[in-house]
Design a protein around this ligand. Structure first.
Ligand SMILES: [Zn+2]
Ligand SMILES: [Zn+2]
Length: 345
């Protein structure tokens, strides 16, 4: 696959590698504007990724110093990792939805160890066995606490306001708020005729919200300071319908490849989640903790081969599904259970 793909109408994508990650790369999109190139996402903060980004821009006949602005779909490090370096090299502004900016601010300000403490308490509460908690406690005790990506992520200087056009010279790019994968995830709707006249209304930079062959991770929003009972899976399903209604001609996602027929992909993902929720209800005929539910859910490999860190993500996903079932009145917490168990109603 080429490093640089021309999509027509002043839009390109650059393949920026994500080291040691099965996703392989982030597609950083470059949008030509009257004041210079604007990037949608920037890529992982690694020297090899920076090289790919700068060489890709050079191949387009521009340079990182010319970048006018950076629009971030969501705060994850494969999307926002290089934003600070791009801003330093160019003076570009960085724009993000307020809900994800709040996460960046909180992560930067967190006391060392706060995240590990939160994770250990939370995992104990959802029924993680002692064998899973011990390495977390050991890392805390040995002071190995500030190794997570995103601890020094760049603070954005502009807010992406849902429904509004971004201030881009000569382009019509509208922010569509699509919470679910993160609370402040946005898709960007390029409201211009498709350059190859494909039927539909413009193109959509979809970030991680809508990908051609991957169902994005939907976990809890995991805010240690907020006890609001959110429903990220419910948010995600609503966001899918919102994006389906746009009727776009083509989707330009942040991983894999561009594709058409967004509505078909939306329908596929909606029925995937409906089937998964139904499958979980069958498991919940006996009361289970979120951890036990995660152990019994279907993943891309057997539970005993899922690495330590990925199990935390899997449990978060199990909890998001439980939240949805509870909200729908199809499951409930068993009163007095500790760690809490859930059962189908
Ligand atoms: Zn993501
Ligand atoms: Zn991603």
């Amino acid at each position: 696959m080429p490093q640089v793909t021309e999509h027509g109408g002043g839009v390109w994508s650059l393949r920026v590698p994500i080291p040691d990650n099965p996703l392989g790369h982030t597609l950083v999109h470059v949008l030509d504007t009257g004041r210079g190139p604007v990037l949608v996402d920037t890529g992982w903060d690694e020297p090899a990724s920076w090289t790919a980004l700068t060489e890709g821009l050079a191949a387009l006949g521009t340079s990182v110093a010319e970048v006018h602005g950076v629009v971030i779909t969501h705060h994850h490090p494969d999307h926002h990792g290089l934003s600070g370096q791009v801003r330093e090299a160019s003076g570009a502004w960085i724009a993000m939805h307020a809900a994800d900016t709040a996460i960046v601010r909180r992560t930067r300000a967190a006391a060392p160890g706060a995240w590990l403490d939160y994770l250990a308490d939370k995992l104990a509460a959802v029924g993680a066995p002692e064998g899973h908690l011990a390495p977390l406690r050991a890392a805390r005790a040995e002071g190995r606490m500030r190794t997570l990506p995103g601890l020094s992520a760049a603070l954005p200087d502009r807010e992406i306001v849902p429904g509004e056009l971004l201030d881009l010279a000569g382009r019509r790019l509208r922010a569509i708020w699509t919470p679910g994968h993160t609370p402040g995830h946005v898709c960007l709707h390029l409201e211009e005729d498709h350059p190859a006249n494909l039927p539909g209304r413009g193109r959509l930079f979809s970030g991680d919200h809508l990908l051609p062959g991957i169902s994005p991770h939907i976990g809890l929003y995991e805010d240690p300071d907020d006890s609001t009972v959110t429903d990220p899976l419910g948010d995600y399903l609503d966001s899918l319908e919102r994006v389906g209604r746009l009727g776009v001609a083509e989707v330009l996602p942040a991983h894999q490849h561009a594709f058409t027929d967004a509505q078909a992909r939306v329908r596929e993902l909606l029925s995937h989640h409906e089937a998964r929720l139904t499958g979980l209800l069958a498991l919940l005929t006996t009361p289970l903790t979120p951890w036990q539910l995660a152990e019994r859910m279907e993943w891309n490999r057997p539970w005993d081969r899922i690495p330590f860190g990925s199990r935390n993500i899997a449990v978060s996903e199990a909890e998001a599904h439980l939240r949805r079932l509870v909200k729908l009145g199809r499951a409930e917490a068993v009163p007095g259970s500790s760690p809490v168990t859930y059962v189908a109603v």
